[in-house]
Design a protein around this ligand. Structure first.
Ligand SMILES: C[C@](O)(CO)[C@H](O)COP(=O)(O)OP(=O)(O)OC[C@H]1O[C@@H](n2ccc(N)nc2=O)[C@H](O)[C@@H]1O
Ligand SMILES: Nc1ncnc2c1ncn2[C@@H]1O[C@H](COP(=O)(O)OP(=O)(O)OP(=O)(O)O)[C@@H](O)[C@H]1O
Length: 283
């Protein structure tokens, strides 16, 4: 194993998201389809012999100790008693708090990458368990497959989804995930459905139960959803802020993204079924 690895941390879209219950600890039971996309941050992990975990590229507004990159590395170190440390450089492309799972994916790439760099040989299931404490979206990125998810997002079944082109638009506001999950009007009683039924219904039946609350509280997100819907059915990812729509061709997606970009940061990206992180490490 080389002493340094440069690895991707891809984003996700929630193609559908149902809130099917609330647990005693306040967390919500979800049913969601996570699709990985080819939009990604890049992390360079370099092994150190002194045990120190250092993030070389601070993220504005996030203290060093709070950064999910640092927390993931320290958690892995504490769990294994490993004496190595790491210097980590993060090239951030994914918008923060956008519903694209950027922070969670960064944490997953650190767990999977350091597992290799430190020759720990932990199975992905153990890394996913360690990651779950850092965020509900970490396990799907640790496993590196588009997936049907239940529980808080940790009970995963890999799926092969179509891989269309997406336009992703950031409406320029930030959404508090806890505030949306605490919203009194949020519906929490969608009847659970089987994965087979969700997949059979396909995109025309997919919706996000958080959308109504997010629209009410964040008019710029409602505006972006309505603007995008003029071109193709639009949806919210996670609890936002980003919204997305599906296009058959790259050219159609670029045409709409070019128009969107006049007003909002926008990306064209393609769905993928396996993470480039796992392809790079052969796991
Ligand atoms: C909504 C999703 O984006 C779907 O992919 C994710 O489940 C959110 O994942 P995340 O941003 O990693 O969220 P976490 O950091 O785990 O949780 C933030 C807060 O959202 C609420 N929360 C989150 C996930 C969940 N299933 N139920 C919840 O009630 C909790 O108040 C929690 O304290
Ligand atoms: N490395 C990191 N990258 C991004 N955010 C981080 C990181 N470390 C800590 N955070 C904190 O986590 C918060 C959520 O970040 P993230 O980009 O994962 O949100 P998100 O895309 O909405 O994720 P999700 O879809 O999981 O809700 C940020 O607002 C930031 O305060």
């Amino acid at each position: 194993m080389p002493a340094s690895l440069t690895l991707a941390a891809p984003a996700k879209l929630n193609r559908m998201l149902h809130v099917v219950g609330r647990r005693a600890d306040g967390y919500h039971e979800l049913q969601t389809l996570f699709q990985l996309i080819d939009l990604a941050d890049t992390l360079t992990l370099t092994r150190r012999d002194d045990g120190v975990i250092e993030l070389l590229t601070p993220v504005a507004g996030v203290a060093h100790a709070d950064n999910l990159v640092v927390r993931a590395a320290k958690r892995l170190q504490a769990h294994t008693g490993c004496r190595y440390g790491a210097s980590i450089a993060l090239d951030k492309k994914l918008p923060m708090g956008g519903g694209l799972g950027g922070g969670s994916s960064n944490a997953a790439t650190v767990l999977v990458g350091l597992n290799a760099l430190w020759s720990l040989d932990l199975p992905l299931t153990t890394l996913a368990e360690l990651g779950l404490a850092l965020g509900a979206d970490v396990p799907v990125f640790v496993h590196g497959r588009s997936a049907w998810a239940e529980g808080v997002g940790e009970r995963l079944t890999p799926v092969t989804l179509d891989t269309p082109w997406f336009v992703v638009v950031h409406p320029g506001v930030s959404v508090s995930t806890p505030a949306i999950f605490q919203a009194p009007e949020l519906t929490r009683d969608t009847r659970p459905i089987s994965m087979a039924r969700a997949l059979q219904g396909g995109a025309p039946t997919w919706r996000n139960d958080c959308e109504a609350s997010v629209r009410d509280r964040h008019p710029p997100i409602a505006e972006a959803l309505d603007w995008l819907a003029q071109h193709a059915p639009s949806q919210l990812t996670g609890t936002g802020a980003c919204v997305f729509a599906v296009f058959d061709t790259q050219a159609d997606a670029h045409a709409v993204a070019d128009m969107a970009r006049v007003k909002w940061p926008s990306w064209v990206t393609r769905g993928i079924n396996t993470s480039p992180l796992h392809a790079a490490l052969g796991c």
